[in-house]
Design a protein around this ligand. Sequence first.
Ligand code: SER
Length: 319
Amino acid sequence: MNSKEKVMVVGSQGQIGTELVVGLRKIYGAGNVIASDIKEIDKSEQEKTGLYEAANVLDAKRLHEIIVKHNVKEVYLLAALLSATAEKNPAFAWELNMNGLFNVLNMAKEGVLSKVYWPSSIAVFGPTTPKEYTPQYTVMEPSTVYGISKQAGERWCEYYVNKYNVDVRSIRYPGLIGWKSAPGGGTTDYAVHIFHEALKSGSYECFLSENTRLPMMYMPDAIKATIDIMQADSAKIKIRSSYNLAGVSFSPKDIANEIRKHIQSFTISYKPDFRQAIADSWPQSIDDSRAKTDWGWQPGFDLQKMTVDMLTNLKNQKK
Ligand code: SER
């Protein structure tokens, strides 16, 4: 990018967007990173968000206007409905997750954008996928609306790269855990709520069963991976659907035991709901060797380190 070109995060108010904007501004400077989300915000709030444009990703015309106005060349497209919310509103989830992607891909095809980041998910896998150390290339029969939209999105990203020579990069995120922003509508969100409740009330009722092991990742690792894949030389990005990415795998019982090392009186109970079936359809651990060899991915946090960091930061935030 030259100094006049800018990057934009679409879905900047969400769980990943909030932290990604901060990370990108550290690298490119506050004035070169446009935050964008659907919500109109007033002037006083703008002090918190920095450079901000309200836009609905389904409104291609408005999106195009903002991108041209700011000379945006790279878009991080994070606006989407997550797994649990998507099950409640399948038609809208499909519309948002697919047409939002097409709007951005088409701007890359027209040459308006030079690079696009789009997140995929472990939800692209399904009940027939091998559950342990799930390979990059394997059976993929997702059984959720969210997973179907992510799998289709991956196919479209690769198609646009091959057919129209655009530069699209993608990662299959595991469940993401962070303290700076609230998650919204995911099946893996229990792993965030559990920390808040441990500090607030000392107990947590989990919507997944105790031994439901899932691939997870601490947010600083996810942000690092996102920025790393976007900054890597194009030739290194050999997979243009989406890269498997792994951090740490654990169950609600494992994380509760880890929290108990710091808050001895913490208790957990289990009341699985509809999200259990979603979790049961996903892998338990991921083989991310291609991300490691192709563009040098290395996670920095395990369960122990993440738990200490989450509890410390949440305690400080509450003061
Ligand atoms: N964390 C997401 C969800 O639970 C998976 O990508 O929906």
